[in-house]
Design a protein around this ligand. Structure first.
Ligand code: FPP
Length: 247
């Protein structure tokens, strides 16, 4: 189907508010072409850029969360980790003006502390400069782990409970959720994972409770506008019951 017709079809259905993507398959894409893994990540960054531009241009949904680096990814070879951080830093530096002009609010969720100084600085700068943008909130999960996030929320809540005399019975889902690094984002409606693996890999854990999941064999560097629209069409076929029986 031509892209325009597909877009029209997708526009006629219900669109999600918050979409997440686990961008997997950069390494395999590179290996199949005799390239270095870093070359795969470079291509992956171009795909991320393309998808973000498309979502903004077509106003497909207002929240997008990309899983860029997990707390487990430190176990990769040092030069791959360094290369990924360098890639992210130059990506963010290059895109600062475009983010500001196109209405993107950048939010980086994850433990910033162990990240290289230059990367932390550019994150802080863009987060500040784009804080009032509203077209798309782009959350990049960086040095992020679902378990880390829940544990951090529990620790912060315990600390707060001490100072404001909060009892265990007063801690409900809504309050706990506010302490998560994603506390300012709405629930995730739809999660796409590329690269053929059928798992969550310690991405958002609390937030995925009722999320529709979509897995595709397409490797992330090959994912494009058409692939996103097909995924959204699939989302539109789902019946979301949130655990209830529909009448
Ligand atoms: C998984 O592929 C991908 C990553 C660990 C990194 C994702 C990073 C990017 C796409 C680049 C920059 C991101 C942004 C937001 C600009 P893999 O290496 O695990 O692939 P494999 O499973 O084929 O080895």
């Amino acid at each position: 189907m031509a892209l325009d017709a597909l877009l029209e079809e997708v526009r006629n259905g219900d669109l999600p508010t918050h979409v997440g993507i686990i961008m997997d398959g950069n390494g395999r894409w590179a290996k199949a072409r005799g390239l270095s893994r870093l070359e795969g990540h470079r291509q992956g960054a171009l795909t991320a850029e393309r998808i973000v531009r498309f979502v903004v241009k077509e106003r497909l949904f207002p929240y997008l969360t990309l899983f860029a680096f997990s707390t487990e990814n430190w176990a990769r070879p040092r030069h791959e980790v360094d290369g990924l951080f360098a890639l992210l830093e130059s990506f963010l530096r290059e895109k600062t003006e475009e983010f500001i002009d196109s209405g993107i609010r950048l939010l980086v969720v994850g433990d910033h502390r162990p990240l290289p100084e230059g990367l932390r600085a550019v994150i802080e700068e863009i987060e500040k400069k784009t804080a009032n943008n509203e077209t798309l909130t782009l959350a990049i999960a960086l040095n992020f782990g679902g378990r880390w996030a829940i544990l951090r929320a529990a620790k912060d809540l315990l600390r707060a409970a001490r100072s404001i005399a909060l009892g265990p019975e007063e801690v409900g889902e809504e309050l706990f959720r506010a302490y998560l690094p994603t506390g300012s984002l709405p629930d995730m409606d739809f999660l796409i994972r590329t690269g053929g693996r059928l798992r969550i890999s310690n991405f958002l854990l609390w937030e995925l409770a009722y999320t529709e999941l979509y897995f595709t064999d397409t490797l992330w560097p090959d994912f494009d506008e058409e692939a996103l629209l097909y995924a959204l069409k699939d989302f539109q076929r789902r019946e979301r019951s949130f655990g209830k029986v529909k009448g």
